[in-house]
Design a protein around this ligand. Sequence first.
Ligand code: AAO
Length: 480
Amino acid sequence: QWRPAYAEGHDGMVHLFEWSWKSIAEECENFLGPHKFASVQVSPPNENRRVAGQWWERYQPISYNLDTRSGGRADFIDMVDRCNAVGVRIIVDAIINHMCGEDALSGTGTGGCQYNTDTLEFPCVPFSSGDFNDYRCGSQNGLINNYGDPNEVRNCRLVGLTDLDHSKSSTADKIAAYMNDLIDIGVAGFRVDAAKHMWPEETEILYGKLHDLPTGKGFPANTRPWIGQEVIDQGGEPIKKEEYVGMGAVTEFNYCFSLGNLRGSLAQLKTVADKPSNWGFLSNKDAFVFTNNHDNQRGHGGGGGGIVTFKSPHDLPYVTGMMMALPFGTKRIMSSYLFEDGDQGPPAAQPSTADPTAESCNNDWVCEHRWAGIRNIGMLGGAMRSEPDSYSNWWDNGSSQVSFSRGTGWFAVNSDAWAMEGGIQTGLAAGKYCDLAQSDLDSCDTFINVDASGMACVNIQAGQNVPMSYTIADARVGDF
Ligand code: AAO
């Protein structure tokens, strides 16, 4: 439940926010699989309330039927099969804390199911008033008003979203049935939305009802689904991320900000690899990490300074590279669309996925995962995955030039205002390697030469487009 069942040699979860199932299937085959990314976090696949022009309608469930603007059930199943076939797992954003907002009143969801938030009827699940938490909520207006009160945070309505009662086994069984349907289709895990708003002991029972991943879909026997719980804990509130580590991985929001805030002093990140608790972080195994997410890139939940998004195009690639190279956490990369305001829904036209050499997906899709420097970090992470998860050959200049190796990969970065030049130990066998930070393996034009003692001559100029160098044993293209 803590480590996703990734294919050998692959790493990195890409959040293809609001992509259609058809486009994701194509992206798996054309780009993500060949570049050895490990998984895709997909937008919630279950039927939702319609709210014109917004992205966040996806966070307001109406039923557990697979029917949204991303596609229907047949497309979803096709996507899971095609992605799994090329070594890319599907992680579902599971909205199981609540159903739609009380302001929805009554109407029809994206899949044609009815709902009524006055009577709390969701007949397609079916849920009715007995499945909801209001009887446990002590706040006057039924909403979460005070994050200082764990009872309110768990039992009342988050921004008016009708709150499910996980203490009732018949309610939890219906949620588990939804998740098991997805597991049986071949989904490898879940990002659990708003986990902080559910009682840890109740979600633990719920996760216990989940099936193992199906051996018939190529997973090893007895593999549990990965669980990545969204718990925003930046200190200052009584609910702690540690309450959730017993059942799965947990979002580490403070690492997200630290990555941004340490852009000019990356050498300090060594202690994250050595002892994450020194930073107040969760352990390597427990942490679910990212440089930015779909909320904080647009001013929703878990805000604060220092978040690096596609709006910092120079910084995002090397910060993402550093995150991927460090032995810390299950790593997620945000893949966005352009927006003017924080509520705006996705572009009308889907991303173009056909040309694997393209670094953009056009039609207002930012496609960070295809950017230079980022596009090969799945390969880097996959080569670096090793047991025990540690690093070797660490070198830094005390400021923001760092180099180290892990598994069969080597990584170097320079975000100082002066050049990084000289001989560095890579831990690699002698040979000529493709510099995957600068170039793709099948059209390589930038190389790293490693001598018989493992030393390479590194040259990363200050402010160069992608101020990184990295390669892996499998990117050896010839003799030195
Ligand atoms: C929409 C409308 C609402 C309407 C509602 C119902 O915007 O006006 O009432 O529908 O019709 C998304 C959108 C919401 C949207 C919702 C449903 O972001 O705008 O509401 O869909 O369509 C809390 C939760 C966290 C949650 C976050 C947004 O703890 O779980 O709020 N994130 C997830 C998803 C998110 C989604 C939902 C949950 C709902 O990722 O996309 O909402 O499914 C503090 C608390 C946090 C709290 C934040 C924000 O954070 O600690 O727990 O997050 O406040 O309220 C510093 C502090 C940090 C603080 C932060 C505040 O960084 O250190 O602790 O500032 O920014």
